[in-house]
Every structure is written in C-alpha cells, then in structure tokens.
Design a protein around this ligand. Structure first.
Ligand code: GUN
Ligand code: FE
Length: 421
C-alpha cells in the first residue's frame, strides 16, 4: 500500500546537518520510506495524498536511557547527589513494583505519555521484578513504543530493591523465557557495578555471550560512585574495566552518563563500539557534572540522548535535547569548547538513537517510518515569516505534546489517545 504525506519535511541525516523540504512529499510503501521529494514523482500521480498543511514532519525521538519504575517520582527528590538519592528515594520507589496492579497503571500511563511526546524508540530500565517488567514490555508494545527493556539486576547495596544472586540469575532466565513481543526486546541490565556482585556480573556476561544479548548500564556518572567502584575492584584501572572484565563491554553496549570518562575511557568506548548515552538534565539535577559530549564524538564514540527519568525531570526528548544544549553551554563557560547547536542536539535525540536500533539516518530510504507531525501554528505569531530551520528551532524549544498532531512508529500511524487507545 502506498501512503504519501505532504508537509514541511525536516530531518537531520548527519550530526550537524539539517535538511528542510518545504511542502515536500514523503512516500511510503507499507510503512517503508521510498523517498522524500520536493515535487511528487509522476509514478505516484494516482495515489491519495495525506496533506499535513503547514505542519512540520520530522523523525520521532529516541530515548536511550530512562527508568520506568522511577516515573512515579518524576519532578521530586532533587536535593541529593546520586548515591544518597538512590538510597533515600529511588530504591524504595522501585520496590513498589512488586505490586503488578500498580505496575500496570503506572506503565500504561508512561507508555502513552512517551508516544504523546513523540518518543517511539527506547532503551529502558525496569525494576528487578520479572512480572512488572513483562507488564512494562506489554504496555509499551501496545502503545506503539519499540526498542529494548531490561529487568534490572542488583544483588548488593540496593536497600529494599535488592535480590539474591541466584534469584537474580533465575529471574533473568524466567524473564527471557517470557519475552515474546514483536517490537520490544530484552536487554541485559546490571544496574551499575556497585549494585552487582562479581558473581552476578560474571553470570550476566556469560548470558550476554551465550544468547547474543545487548547490555546497558551506568558509567562514570559521579565522583563518589567512581571512588566506590575503585574500592570494589582494585584490580581494575578504570570503571569501564569492571564491565570489560565480565564480558559486558562489547559492541552496542549502552553506557549512561560518562560524565567523567577521560581520554582512556573514551578510547576504550570507541575501540569496542560501546555507546555513550548523554543525560544532561539528570547530570544537572543530581549535581553530577557536565559530560564531555563533543570530546566523545570527536574520539569516535557513538553518542545518543536519554531523559534518564527520574534523575531527569522531563520525559520529553525535545526537552532532553534543549538540556543537552544548556549543559554544553555551562561546560563551555567553565572549560571552553563549542556548545551543541539545535540541529546537533536533535540529531543526538533522534537520528543517533534510531541508528542504534538499525533505523535510518533521518528519512532514509528503505526504513520503517518513525515520525512526528508538529503543528506549531499556536506558538506566538512571529514578527516576520520564519524559515523552516527557525520553525524547527522554536519547536524543539517550545513543543508541548499538544503540538504533536500525529505519531508514526514502525511505519504505522498510531491511534491518538482520544481515540480510546
Ligand atoms: N546509577 C545507578 N542507578 C542509577 C539510577 O537509577 N539513576 C541514575 N541516574 N544513576 C544510577
Ligand atoms: Fe540512569
């Protein structure tokens, strides 16, 4: 089936490149992109056109690091640094997800909100609970969110959220046996080195190799955390080596934060194909620091963005992109270097994440459509006619979910919440 969307098409096929096609045509065959055209090619002449008018048609967002069981504490508990924040607020909030009815309610709302904000791909942490994790995966799948979800593993220093080592491995196997979703796949998720015993890290590394599973965790987020890791693993020169030691440092491994990753750690990432997920809001809220995003990119590390709720206080990836820009300006004021531009931050919050999952660079031919249609007509009346690049910039800064008129995921137009989804 041929579908043609017409509107102001905007995408970022490369870091720092923004392409705009005024009132162009986006042609799909069974949800797969056939091309973007300023004028409709003759061969599509007879096909119906879905005209989005003056709205912006842009690739959707991808959130490569967030904690689903922290959604209930969104916008709260911002008065402590990482380790105290985990002990005081986070572990006890996550412990609530033992209750599957509660999990169902929270995760249904989260899944709908992700789509409402135009996030169609995620790499997400659940809690340690197998049943709640399966509920989360089901709710995401039903809402049209795609990507990875991980049952969290943590068998030490994790307060009421802790599990036994054997239990952790056994439950991980039970979870994997029950993951039968079309678009939500499992990712192994040792929370971070301090909350996993050596035995657990070893078991997870073996599982990752045996079943060819991807891995996500946290790296070099906070100075107290780094000191603790050094005490726990005196044989490792740097934090990343604690993951490498157990086979968890491999192509496609996602490492959130990397605020304090120095040249050696960055080179280890680039050399192994490990991705850095930059979570600027969380890094500021928890007083962690500002990550060396440009350095990472210059050294050849793949970087994407994460909301990291609820260390981050905003689910919207447009806002995560804005926070990445602000954090880069703080870093510039303190250490020099260039800040991130709006097209660069959008690339990291959209294209980079889609590429991680094997999607296209912008509206690349041959890939399933992941897109949002943004109606900016209710934003302040401008003093003069704006270029598409200016409208794009303003939309990234000011977009509310009400401006997102339509969301496409895996080539499919998702029903709107008002339609009784
Ligand atoms: N490190 C270990 N767990 C967490 C978490 O839940 N949030 C953040 N920001 N860092 C962590
Ligand atoms: Fe996190």
């Amino acid at each position: 089936m041929t579908t043609i969307l017409r509107g102001n098409i905007i995408h970022a096929p490369a870091f720092g490149t923004l392409e705009t096609i005024p009132r162009g045509y986006l042609v799909l065959e069974d949800g797969i992109i056939q091309g973007v055209f300023p004028d409709l090619p003759e061969r599509y002449g007879g096909c119906p056109v879905e005209d989005c008018g003056q709205a912006l048609i842009m690739p959707s967002f991808a959130d490569l690091h967030l904690h689903a069981p922290q959604y209930p504490m969104l916008g709260m508990g911002m008065d402590l640094p990482l380790l105290d924040w985990l002990d005081t607020y986070t572990f006890r909030t996550e412990a609530r997800f033992e209750d599957t009815d509660y999990a169902r309610r929270v995760y249904r709302q989260l899944a709908r909100e992700l789509i409402a904000w135009g996030t169609t791909r995620v790499a997400m942490f659940s809690s340690r609970h197998t049943d709640a994790t399966l509920i989360l995966m089901e709710e995401l799948e039903n809402a049209g969110v795609t990507g990875y979800v991980g049952k969290v593993n943590m068998d030490r220093s994790s307060g009421p959220a802790q599990e036994g080592t054997e239990e952790s491995v056994r439950e991980t196997l039970r979870w994997l046996e029950n993951c039968h979703f079309a678009h939500i796949k499992p990712i192994l998720t040792p929370r971070f080195t301090p909350s996993c015993s050596d035995g657990l890290l070893e078991a997870l590394g073996k599982l990752a190799a045996e079943r060819n599973l991807p891995v996500q965790s946290h790296l070099s987020e906070n100075t107290g955390e780094i000191t603790w890791v050094r005490e726990l693993h005196p044989d490792c020169g740097q934090y990343w080596e604690t993951y490498d030691k157990y086979g968890l440092w491999k192509p496609g491994t996602l490492m959130a934060h990397c605020v304090y990753s120095d040249r050696r750690e960055q080179e280890a990432m680039a050399g192994s194909g490990v991705w850095a997920v930059h979570c600027a809001a969380s890094n500021l809220n928890l007083c962690s620091g500002t990550a060396p995003v440009r350095e990472l990119i210059a050294r050849g590390v793949h970087v994407a963005l994460g909301s990291d709720i609820a260390g981050g206080d905003q689910l919207a990836m447009s806002r995560a992109a804005v926070m990445a820009i602000r954090a880069s300006k703080i870093r510039r004021m303190e250490a020099g270097g260039d800040f991130l531009t709006v097209p660069e931050a959008y690339y990291l919050g959209s294209t980079a994440g889609h590429l991680y999952f094997g999607g296209g660079a912008g509206f690349e031919i041959g890939h399933k459509l992941h897109a949002i249609v943004v109606d900016d007509s209710s934003l302040p009346e401008p003093a003069r006619e704006l270029t598409l690049a200016e409208r794009f910039e303003r939309s990234i800064y000011l977009m509310e979910k009400e401006h997102i008129r339509a969301v496409y995921s895996e080539g499919r137009l998702l029903p709107r919440p008002a339609d009784g989804r």
